[in-house]
Design a protein around this ligand. Structure first.
Ligand SMILES: Cc1cc2nc3c(=O)[nH]c(=O)nc-3n(C[C@H](O)[C@H](O)[C@H](O)COP(=O)(O)OP(=O)(O)OC[C@H]3O[C@@H](n4cnc5c(N)ncnc54)[C@H](O)[C@@H]3O)c2cc1C
Length: 474
């Protein structure tokens, strides 16, 4: 490898990172700023110089956990310049009726950002750090879990990269993780959701304007399947169709053009006039699977660690995969400061802090498919959300809706959001059983009852989760 000589030598541990995706690039910056020389090795060509993404504009929803991590390295404002605030969900019913639901309070939003764009901005930032050496077209093929040295292939040659620590930031199909499966006592599980997905596109109008409300994430919830659309700065929308891989109505069963056309006409009639060649795209594209990965441990021999999707690939239904990966990096950075670069303490603390939370958001993301694809189209669900939002306004220290805990409470651990959310759901089931709740939901007695039920569980209980929920630690 021509350039593996680090630009500067220091006494701090030399760290190799496999994978310069968004998480690997952010991690490199954080480690370098703590004084660690970093070799950041990526299997793909540099997307800033070559067309790696084949014209695709994959966008993702970034929320407060992601922003907090980006703020920590001073790049949040720059990323926000190319991001679009999505303040609400807009649901499109089969008959074309539109309903809206704000994501949070006034001023709160999730943000549509280009995955490639944010990756490239982070690579630019990493390149400015004198302690970081970035190498492209270097595919990790082997790891020595005792020494943290690794082998990378490049144009038929094998390059050995030595270091004191190695991070696998190489994504959902991580090679580091696959190699770790051969180490003793490594637990691994991978499962697939019944759904797979393809991307579709809504072009801009001729004058460059948006064809739909751009301040929103659009959803066409159809119970067993759904279409979503996120806006891009150029007036287009990137859409994702989630549909069963197998079964009566599925990617496997819809093989004839006429059936696909009928499927779109029947289920997405209003989107048909907006989408660019959905039938052709459906016929041409291979559906991507959605997998969930859980591993333990995340750290092997205090030498090799997993981070981002390599550690916790999850389904995209809570829009948290990258947010969670960025949070891994932020928390790791804080632990490096807390333990003064002592990795014998940092690694156990990192695993202890992150594994439980990644498991929690993986579970929440899985559950959220039903919320998005089925419940979001139901009046009773939307009413429950309205009641919770109203109660949050009235009693912000007693009640924060689950979605807001996950999305807009970046210091609240995911595991606590999950635990509190489960309790809240039981309470809300009682509220939703109030006779004629559809008509009386704005009346004070509803909120008095809700307050009584919530206080019985939450008030005076002196545990972390409830203190977080009451917002007293912020
Ligand atoms: C359809 C969909 C929608 C999503 N929507 C959202 C969303 O709204 N919000 C959100 O927060 N998250 C979302 N996600 C998740 C998000 O895309 C991932 O969590 C995020 O990209 C993970 O970043 P990463 O850097 O860990 O992994 P990746 O982005 O996969 O990057 C890994 C990098 O490692 C490189 N690599 C792989 N193997 C090797 C090797 N052997 N050697 C060297 N390099 C290697 C790859 O080329 C890649 O550059 C979505 C995911 C999907 C599939």
């Amino acid at each position: 490898m021509a350039n593996t000589q680090l630009k500067k030598n220091t006494a701090k541990e030399k760290i190799t990172i496999a994978g310069a995706g968004p998480v690997g690039a952010l991690l490199a910056v954080i480690l370098a700023r703590h004084g660690h020389p970093v070799n950041l090795c990526e299997s793909r060509p540099d997307s800033r110089k070559h067309s790696v993404y084949q014209g695709k504009s994959i966008n993702i929803a970034l929320s407060d956990r992601g922003w907090l991590a980006l703020e920590a390295v001073g790049i949040a404002e720059q990323v926000k310049q190319n991001a679009i605030a999505m303040k609400k969900r807009v649901m499109h019913a089969v008959d074309g009726t539109i309903t809206e639901q704000a994501y949070g309070k006034e001023g709160q939003a999730i943000w549509s950002v280009s995955r490639a764009g944010i990756n490239e901005q982070l690579l630019d930032l990493a390149e400015k750090e004198s302690l970081i050496n970035i190498e492209f077209e270097q595919r990790l093929i082997d790891v020595d879990f005792n020494s943290a040295s690794a082998s990378f292939s490049h144009e038929h040659a094998i390059n050995k990269v030595s270091g004191d620590i190695l991070f696998g930031a190489d994504g959902a199909y991580s090679k580091v993780r696959r190699l770790a499966q051969e180490t003793p006592r490594f637990s691994y599980s991978q499962s697939y959701m019944p759904q797979s997905y393809i991307e579709l596109h809504i072009p801009a109008n001729a004058d460059g304007s948006f064809k739909m409300d751009k301040d929103a994430l659009h959803i066409w919830p159809r119970k067993d399947f759904m279409l979503i659309a996120l806006p891009n700065p150029d007036g287009t929308f990137t859409c994702t169709l989630f549909l069963d891989f197998q079964g009566e109505v599925s990617f496997s069963s819809l093989t004839r053009r006429s059936d696909v056309s009928e499927f779109f006409q029947q289920n997405f009639a209003d989107a048909m006039s907006l989408l660019e060649n959905p039938v052709d795209e459906f016929m041409e594209k291979t559906a991507n699977p959605l997998s969930l990965v859980s591993v333990a441990p995340w750290v092997i021999n205090n030498k090799v660690a997993l981070i981002g999707d390599a550690a916790h690939a999850m389904v995209p239904f809570f829009g948290q995969g990258m947010n969670c990966g960025f949070e891994d990096c932020r928390v790791l950075g804080e632990l490096i400061s807390q333990y003064n670069n002592d990795w014998s303490q940092i690694f156990p603390a990192y695993q202890g802090a992150r594994k439980i939370n990644a498991d929690a958001i993986t579970e929440l993301a899985k559950r959220n498919f039903i919320e998005m694809s089925e419940y979001s189209g139901q009046a009773s669900f939307l009413l429950q959300k309205k009641i919770e939002a109203e109660f949050h306004q009235r009693q912000p220290k007693l009640w924060t809706p689950l979605y807001s805990m996950v999305t807009f409470s970046p210091l609240l651990p995911y595991s606590e959001a999950l635990a509190i959310g489960d309790i809240q759901q039981k309470i809300m089931q009682q509220i939703m059983r109030i006779p004629d709740i559809e008509h009386c939901w704005q009346e004070d007695f509803v909120y008095q009852k809700l307050q009584k039920l919530a206080e019985a569980v939450f008030k005076g209980v002196n545990n972390e989760a409830v203190i977080h929920a009451r917002g007293e630690n912020k």
